[in-house]
Design a protein around this ligand. Structure first.
Ligand code: FES
Ligand code: FES
Length: 161
């Protein structure tokens, strides 16, 4: 099946079986390896991407579903101005995600603070739970989200709150 979509802002087209997982398409057809295959059944969050501007799990999306859609991977997001907010936020929190989870943590944080400029403790907890990292404390990831939101608010609105 021929599938055309926008990938990191560029129009692309591939021939693939309709039910191939998007994570496989990204890695094999486009060499985009930032989204990591972990559990492959929608639990660990390591394969996170943005699909039509929503946070999504690339292991759970069959290729045919992205037809005419828009996919952003961490590789594309790293080029954006929004990434810098998160980079600063994580740095302030003193946390450096490993290569396995960094795409998921960065995109999850971006998605959350794009929707809620001042996310509640519960919203942050949900975001933290969406990425199954067992090597960093939850509080550190929560601080990284809080600082990132602060940086984003300041940049966009010129204020901290
Ligand atoms: S690999 Fe997709 S959620 Fe675990
Ligand atoms: S899985 Fe990456 S820091 Fe825990």
């Amino acid at each position: 099946m021929r599938i055309s979509f926008l990938l990191n802002g560029d129009p692309v087209s591939i021939d693939t079986a309709p039910h191939t997982r998007l994570i496989e398409v990204l890695r094999k057809d486009f060499g985009l390896t930032g989204a990591r295959p972990g559990c492959l059944y929608g639990t660990c969050g390591f394969c996170s991407i943005l699909f039509n501007n929503e946070l999504a799990l690339a292991c759970m999306i069959p290729a045919f579903r992205v037809e005419a859609g828009e996919v952003t991977t961490i590789e594309g997001f790293l080029q954006s101005r929004e990434f810098r907010d998160i980079e600063i936020g994580f740095h302030r929190a003193g946390t450096v995600p490993c290569r396995f989870c960094s795409a998921a943590k960065v995109l999850t944080t971006h998605w959350l603070i794009s929707r809620y400029s001042s996310p509640t403790a519960e919203q942050m907890q949900q975001a933290v739970n969406a990425v199954q990292c067992r090597c960093t404390t939850h509080s550190r990831f929560t601080s990284a989200i809080r600082y990132s939101a602060e940086v984003r608010r300041k940049r966009v609105h010129g204020r901290k709150r």
